[in-house]
Design a protein around this ligand. Structure first.
Ligand code: AMP
Length: 194
């Protein structure tokens, strides 16, 4: 079993790579962004508040996302979990460590997708255009304006996790600007030796 975190700014390709790992290795993707988008449509008061925060590009509270992850971890995943978009703060990282330990699990690797910020906004715009062309829902936070806020949130709250996991000896950095299949191979080789 392999439990890995995919770390990187919005648009780095975490979701794309997580989906490939699900298909190729029977792992389970835990995307807090996907879970929150689902909760948003639930029509509850919590859903409404979450929707507002997400549309502004800010982070929802640690308590909410930790609760979502806790629920999913209990179901287990024989092929391992891929954490995508979680943890995003040091508090979430500590909570994840504690939750895994409680279930007798551990993290095997933290894979940082290293990308060029200037290229990211182009990827986000492309993602919105492709979704539109395919008749799929376009994310309301995939606009250049909201993207700026999301990138700033990443540097302020999430980038400190790079040092946090490096100090634990868990961090592996790979080139997220390479072609999708090349990135996938690099991730596979990390998983094979983790
Ligand atoms: P994502 O799909 O990972 O880009 O997440 C979309 C949005 O959901 C983010 O901009 C945040 O508003 C919220 N979100 C997702 N994951 C987290 C998290 N771990 N902590 C706080 N907010 C989150």
């Amino acid at each position: 079993m392999r439990n890995v975190i995919l770390l990187g700014p919005p648009g780095a390709g975490k979701g794309t790579q997580a989906k490939r790992l699900e298909e190729a290795r029977g792992m389970v993707q835990l995307s807090t962004g996907d879970m929150l988008r689902a909760a948003r449509t639930s029509g509850t008061e919590m859903g409404r508040k979450v929707a507002e925060v997400m549309e502004r590009g800010q982070l929802v509270t640690d308590e909410i996302v930790i609760g979502l992850i806790e629920e999913r971890l209990q179901a287990g995943a024989p092929g391992g979990f891929i954490f995508d978009g979680f943890p995003r703060t040091l508090k979430q990282a500590d909570a994840l460590g504690a939750l895994l330990a409680r279930q007798g699990m551990k993290l095997d690797a933290v894979i940082e997708l290293v990308v060029d910020d200037a290229a990211l906004v182009g990827r986000i715009v492309k993602r919105a255009e492709e979704a539109q062309a395919a008749g799929q829902p376009v994310r309301r936070d995939d606009t250049p304006e909201v993207f700026e806020v999301r990138l700033r949130e990443y540097y302020k709250s999430t980038a400190p996790l790079i040092g946090y996991y490096w100090a634990k000896g868990d961090l592996v950095q790979i080139d997220g600007m390479a072609e999708m299949t090349v990135v996938a191979r690099a991730i596979a080789s990390v998983l094979d030796r983790a």
